[in-house]
Every structure is written in structure tokens, then in C-alpha cells.
Design a protein around this ligand. Structure first.
Ligand code: NAP
Length: 516
């Protein structure tokens, strides 16, 4: 069994005390353990701030980008071994594991490319100059890296991509990173981080890893620092409410739950309907439904309900559930015992207001697993008679292979009412070929979401599934989704930068900020 050490203050260190066990969710075998008890997190934060910060700020964007490229290549070089770790500790199928790992390396590479484009500069200018009263007076907006540490707290479902996407933005912006992955699936986060540390890619202090509970980490932060959190909304709320963070005015970005919807418009062409069914079925079962961007609410015109239900049931019936180490298995277990309890309890809550279109409450007999072992849950497609009356569907995120069919009368107005009932989300997707209806939905849903995916017949076969987060587009959403924003190319660095207005003699200020 492995003991997972943390990498803090430039050295591998182990906590001593209350120990958390990491298990294989298919077999319940204990794989590793870790503890953060007794670690000096104040010193770790100070080391990152004082050693890693200056070293990164001394580099140009091109040089920081080169570091990201090396990290991406180093992780990719061990892809096969990393896939095995994701299968063992995450309950991932091979395809789920690739989704996480390739997301990590692609995002690092995307920010590496951005670094190259930004070139030999250390600071950025935001926008055009403003002409102020007086002929030579102008004001510019300068973006410079914050002089603290970027503390990243990740969720269990994407142990590789989760830390890499945050680190890519912070490191390119010039801020050192202290990343704390979720404990249950930390083996993959630990190994990917270890690869980068062992390869000595980053300057000392630029990267730290904390395994195990966060302990008193937040109590050591100050106004220069940033917290980027991904996880459940109740944890997000407790982090936001941390007195130290409030008192110091620490920037906090929260990426939380979301009841994402997919909406089919009436009279959609066959290709659009097929893409809709394909995306819903994939989102329900990929990573056993444990994706923050997974489609939970399936909004369908009453006229298409039978057709969509039949097609979805047909696709879901082909999914083999079991030990993800087996090639034929298409869906593994959920990640932890508590996750299984939450999914089954959530399913009961939804079922009280809906009927079952596919699946049953009984745990399935998974393939390749000893009887009674593993955190397996059934696939469940539910259906509401009255979409808005099924309130639990719009309020409760069941983080597993569960979605609900929500019929509507075919008007964009009613569809929007249902979509908006999620009270703010990461992503909504709309499928159809009526341009006016598509425009009405996009304009009506935009303020409720961080991302909208529009699929018509012309792009149906090449569209990227709504559950896939892309480095060039922002990720995050208002309301229930936490109100955060990450990624989106340059936009993803804003969290780690201070924007400063600099005004004065126009040509002189332009030179000082590096605009000319
Ligand atoms: P979680 O229980 O909220 O945990 C998230 C992270 O917070 C873990 O690293 C956890 O550490 C840490 N944590 C817990 N209490 C803390 C505290 N008091 N101070 C500092 N850190 C603390 O969430 P999860 O179960 O891992 O993830 C599932 C949830 O994440 C779902 O609701 C999903 O929708 C959401 N999610 C959102 C996004 C997004 O981008 N919006 C992406 C992925 C997942 P330990 O593991 O050590 O407890």
C-alpha cells in the first residue's frame, strides 16, 4: 500500500495522525493512504509566495508557456500507467480515464501555446487607452500577477484535469500554485504532480501539492492570495464564509453544482435529434455521471417524447456496468461509498416526483466484481409528467448516471422557463433547426449559464458534447453553479492578475505599461 506524501516547501513530507484511505471503488481494496495532520501549512504557503512567486514573475509569458508544455509532455509520456491509476482509484473506464488525462495535457498545451503568442512580455495591457481630459492625458489598464499563492482545491471527479486546468492559468499568469486534490481519488493527482516535480520542470516554490484534508490551510492566506475551489456548493459556501478570507479580502472563485439541461426544439431534423440522444446518453454514463457538466434535465417537446424516450432507452440498455478494468465494461462504479449513498438517496428524492423510464432502484449485478462489492449504482432515466411541478429535478443534483425527461408544449417560452428553473448552471445545450427559436433560446438562457452549446443539423456530427470543457471557452456559471469563471484563454488568467489603471502622459504611460 502506498503512503501519499505532500510536496510542500520544496520537499516531500508526510503528515502524522488521522489517516484517510483511498480505495478501488470497484473492489473496495485499499490502495493508498494519506494524512495532512501536523504539516506546517503556514510555512508551505510562505515558501510558495516568497520563493515561487518571484521566480515565476521573472519569467516571460513565453518562458512560462514552455514550462506548461514540458508539464503536458511529461504527463502524456506516462499516459498508459496513469490510465491504470484512474481505473483503479477513480472507477474510471479506460475511456473515462483518457477524458480526464487528455483534458489535463490538452489544457496545459493550450496555455503553453497562449504563452508563446504572448511572447517575451511579463505584463499585459487590457484593452485600448482611454483619452482623458487634456490633449496628452491617457489611461491604460495594466494586468500584473498577484504576489501571493494560488490555492487550488479540487473535486474528486477529475483528479488530473482538475488541477492541471487551474495550474495552467495561474502559472502562465505568473502565480505559484498550491494544489489540494480531493482525497478519495488523489492517487492520480498525486502521480501526475509527482511526474512534474520529479522532472524538475518548475522553479522552486512554483508548485506545491497538499494530500489529505485542507487542515488550517485557509487560515494562512492573505489578500495577495487566490482560492479557486471546485466541489459541492455546501463546501463552497463554507469556504466563502471563512472569516480569514473575508477579513483579508482574498479572491475566491467557486465552481459548484449544476443542473445542466439539454433542450430539443420541435421539428428538429433527424441529425439534430440523433445528436441530442447521443449527447444525453453519453453524458448520463460517462464517468458514471460524475461530471459537473453532465446533462441532468432533458427538455423535450411532447410531440417528440416517445421517440426520444425509446431511443435513449435503446442506447442505455447497451451499457455494460462493472469493473472498469475489463474492456467490455462501459460504466464503472461511483467513486466512494458516500457517493453511492448520496446517489441512491437523491434518486429516491427525484423518483417521488417522477416515474422511471429506464432502470430500477435495485443495484445492478456488475460484471467482474465479487458479490456485494463495489460502489455501483443503476442508470436511471426518469420522466416527469409536469416538468415544473417536479421541483426536486430542478433543485437537487444527483451526481451519478441519472437524468430526467421533462416534456414541454413546444414553445421556446415554456422550454426556457424549465431550463431557467435550474437557477444558474454551467452549461445548457439546444438542438434544433429553427433559427428564430434557437436565437430566442440563446438570448433567453444566456444570463442563466456560463456556456451554451447550439447544435443544428449542419454541425450535428461534429459538435463537441456539452460535457466537454474547452480551454479556449470559459467554464463556470452563475447562481447554483457558484458564480465562478475559469479558462477561456486570456480570461482564465484574470483571477490571478491585478488590473491597475495607469494614467498620465499618454506616450510615457504607454511605454511604461509596455503598450508600445
Ligand atoms: P466536495 O466534497 O465539496 O469536496 C471538494 C474539495 O473540497 C475536496 O478537495 C475536499 O477535500 C475539499 N474540502 C472539503 N471541505 C473543505 C474545507 N472545509 N476547506 C477546504 N477544503 C475543503 O466535492 P466533491 O464531492 O469532491 O465533488 C463533487 C461536487 O463537485 C459535485 O457537486 C460537482 O457538481 C462539483 N463539481 C463542480 C465542478 C465545476 O467545475 N463546477 C467540477 C467538478 C465537480 P477532501 O476530499 O479532503 O474532503
Amino acid at each position: 500500500m502506498r503512503d501519499l506524501a505532500s510536496y510542500l516547501g520544496g520537499a516531500w513530507v508526510s503528515g502524522a495522525g488521522s489517516v484517510a484511505e483511498l480505495v478501488n471503488p470497484a473492489t473496495e481494496e485499499v490502495l493508498a493512504r494519506t494524512s495532512s495532520a501536523g504539516l506546517d501549512l503556514g510555512q508551505a504557503v510562505a515558501y510558495a509566495r516568497e520563493t515561487g512567486g518571484p521566480a515565476l514573475r521573472a519569467l516571460t509569458f513565453r518562458e512560462r508557456g514552455e514550462l506548461l508544455e514540458k508539464m503536458s509532455r511529461a504527463i502524456f509520456a506516462e499516459r498508459d500507467a496513469l490510465i491504470e491509476i484512474a481505473i483503479a482509484n477513480g472507477g474510471n473506464t479506460r475511456s473515462d480515464a483518457k477524458f480526464d488525462l487528455d483534458g489535463a495535457t490538452a489544457t496545459l498545451m493550450s496555455y503553453a501555446t497562449l504563452g508563446k503568442k504572448l511572447g517575451d512580455r511579463r505584463l499585459l495591457v487590457d484593452g485600448e487607452p482611454a483619452d482623458l481630459a487634456g490633449s496628452r492625458l491617457q489611461g491604460w489598464h495594466l494586468l500584473s500577477p498577484r504576489h501571493g499563492v494560488a490555492v487550488h482545491i479540487g473535486a474528486f471527479n477529475f483528479p488530473a484535469w482538475g488541477w492541471a486546468e487551474k495550474a495552467a492559468c495561474a502559472l502562465l499568469a505568473g502565480m505559484p500554485v498550491l494544489t489540494k486534490p480531493a482525497t478519495a481519488t488523489a492517487l492520480l493527482a498525486h502521480r501526475t504532480a509527482e511526474i512534474c516535480v520529479n522532472a524538475e520542470i518548475l522553479p522552486p516554490g512554483a508548485f506545491s501539492l497538499l494530500c489529505g484534508s485542507a487542515g488550517d490551510l485557509l487560515e494562512h492566506l492573505c489578500w495577495k492570495d487566490v482560492v479557486a475551489f471546485t466541489g459541492g456548493s455546501s463546501t463552497g459556501l463554507s469556504i466563502r464564509k471563512t472569516e480569514r478570507l473575508l477579513a483579508q479580502g482574498v479572491r475566491v472563485n467557486v465552481e459548484a453544482d449544476s443542473l445542466n439541461s439539454a433542450l430539443l426544439l420541435p421539428d428538429a431534423e433527424d441529425a439534430s435529434v440523433q445528436a441530442f440522444v447521443r449527447d444525453v446518453a453519453r453524458d448520463m454514463t460517462q464517468k458514471t455521471g460524475q461530471k459537473c457538466t453532465a446533462i441532468r434535465r432533458v427538455v423535450v417537446p411532447k410531440s417528440s417524447l416517445d421517440r426520444v424516450r425509446d431511443a435513449l432507452c435503446e442506447q442505455l440498455a447497451t451499457i455494460k456496468i462493472g469493473n472498469p478494468a475489463l474492456d467490455e465494461v462501459r460504466m464503472g462504479p461511483v467513486a466512494t461509498a458516500s457517493q453511492k449513498r448520496d446517489v441512491l438517496a437523491g434518486l429516491d428524492e427525484l423518483r417521488a416526483q417522477t416515474k422511471v423510464a429506464f432502470g430500477s432502484s435495485a443495484s445492478p449485478a456488475p460484471i467482474g466484481v465479487a458479490a456485494g462489492k463495489g460502489y455501483f449504482v443503476p442508470i436511471a432515466l426518469l420522466e416527469a409528467d409536469d416538468a415544473l411541478a417536479a421541483t426536486a429535478v430542478h433543485e437537487h443534483e444527483v451526481f451519478g448516471p441519472v437524468a430526467t425527461l421533462l416534456p414541454y408544449d413546444g414553445s421556446p417560452g415554456q422550454a426556457l422557463e424549465i431550463v431557467r428553473a435550474g437557477q444558474g448552471g454551467l452549461v445548457a445545450s439546444v438542438y434544433g433547426d429553427d433559427r428564430h427559436a434557437l436565437a430566442e433560446v440563446v438570448q433567453g438562457a444566456a444570463a442563466w449559464h456560463g456556456r451554451l452549446v447550439v447544435v443544428d443539423a449542419k454541425v450535428a456530427d461534429k459538435s463537441i458534447a456539452p460535457g466537454t470543457v474547452l480551454p479556449d471557452l470559459i467554464h463556470g456559471g452563475p447562481g447554483r453553479a457558484g458564480g465562478g469563471e475559469e479558462l477561456g484563454g486570456l480570461r482564465g488568467m484574470a483571477l490571478y492578475q491585478q488590473r491597475t489603471a495607469v494614467q498620465g502622459n499618454g506616450p510615457l504611460v504607454a511605454k511604461i505599461v509596455g503598450a508600445t
